[in-house]
Design a protein around this ligand. Structure first.
Ligand code: SAH
Length: 354
């Protein structure tokens, strides 16, 4: 049996070719693309300016992904909303909606689960289930736009999964997301976060996109990094820094270093000094994240004094640094916690009505 094509993962050009091969005129593709990526239709049946028979045929030819919101949590502190979405195969992914002064930001997942094994991260505890399709990454943004009724201006690929481990789908997703015929989100308003897959970072650099690359560094020596992140056994910090410099030289985009502060592990003044040495030669920005403890591991957050001391040291050395606001701290804020709780808990768990 022939596998049906996933229509929402096609670029406009691909869709034109696809429908042309079925004898359809080019404007049909344009209309359909607009339904999918501007009007954010949830199925062919909503595309009312296309004939019923054509919509029905499309249903036979193609799959049309859409997400079902199964749970939403809203932070009482800052209004951040965390959504748990069910995919067509019953898997669930989480996405976060954050309201900032400069606009609305959505943090999306790129995979169901993750195989990178970072020790402090809840998303990886059960390994990788599967990659998300480009359409399923788009759907998270589209569903949130529909549910909130507000435009999304920024997208961060920082939810569950390692985006560069799902490279081709990520690029296809970025192309459609930034297409002027679709939601038309500016490349500069998109951040992709990686645990540091060096060959893929270099490949991404060569795409010469204007997106921000964030590197989850979290430690300043290979030895310390290996204790937190298994990927550090494969790529050294030296290779990572070279890849970051290469990304900057190809794109002109400043790199973000993410550094989760874990009490007693990577938060000393010596760590700060080493981080300064790494950051200085690069055009970068350091984002300090107080680690969000997960119950499966015994890591604790650095205390406020250590966090502030760490930041001050960087600032004194003219490193551009911010402490990430802990959005939605009261709603299972850490990556993968909501999904994991949903998957693990008994059916008696009370879900919020949507
Ligand atoms: N795989 C990608 C993107 C997903 S994780 C990456 O590694 O960058 C997004 C960010 O959250 C990463 O910097 C990750 O290291 C961090 N993170 C994961 N779990 C965390 C936790 N419990 N506390 C603080 N930061 C965490």
């Amino acid at each position: 049996m022939q596998v049906k094509k996933d229509i929402k993962s096609l670029t406009l050009e691909e869709l034109k070719k696809e429908l042309a091969a079925r004898g359809e005129k080019a404007f049909r593709a344009k209309q359909m693309y607009e339904w999918m990526h501007v009007k954010l239709a949830e199925g062919f049946e909503e595309m009312t300016n296309l004939s019923k028979s054509f919509r029905e045929q499309c249903g036979e030819w193609y799959t049309y992904t859409s997400l079902k919101a199964v749970q939403v949590q809203e932070s009482r502190i800052d209004g951040t909303r965390k959504y748990l979405f069910e995919l067509s195969d019953g898997n669930v992914v989480e996405s976060v909606w954050m309201k900032y002064k400069h606009g609305n930001s959505v943090c999306i997942s790129s995979q169901v689960g993750c195989r990178m094994g970072c020790r402090f991260c809840a998303s990886t505890l059960d390994g990788l289930e599967r990659n998300l399709l480009p359409s399923e990454m788009l759907d998270q943004i589209y569903a949130i736009t529909r549910l909130t009724g507000e435009r999304v201006s920024n997208v961060v690929v920082m939810g569950t999964g390692e985006p560069l481990d799902n490279y081709d789908n990520l690029l296809q997703f970025l192309q459609i997301l930034t297409d002027e015929n679709g939601l038309n989100i500016s490349q500069r308003n998109i951040t992709v976060s990686t645990c540091g897959l060096v060959p893929r970072m270099r490949q991404l650099a060569e795409e010469r996109l204007q997106i921000t690359l964030a590197l989850s560094l979290h430690a300043t020596t290979d030895e310390k990094r290996r204790r937190l992140m298994p990927i550090a056994n494969k790529y050294s910090i030296e290779e990572l820094m070279d890849a970051c410099a290469y990304y900057f030289s190809c794109t002109g985009r400043r790199i973000t270093f993410e550094y989760s502060l874990v009490g007693g592990v990577n938060d000393t003044q010596e760590d700060a000094e080493e981080l300064i040495e790494l950051a200085k030669p690069l055009c970068c920005h350091v984002n300090l994240i107080p680690v969000n403890p997960i119950k499966e591991r015994d890591y604790v957050q650095s205390d406020t004094r250590h966090i502030q001391g760490f930041k001050n040291k960087l600032e004194k050395n003219k490193i551009n640094v911010t402490i990430r606001r802990e959005m939605g701290r009261d709603i299972d804020g850490a990556c993968g916690q909501l999904r994991r709780r949903h998957t693990k808990e008994t059916a008696s768990y009370k879900q919020d009505e949507i």
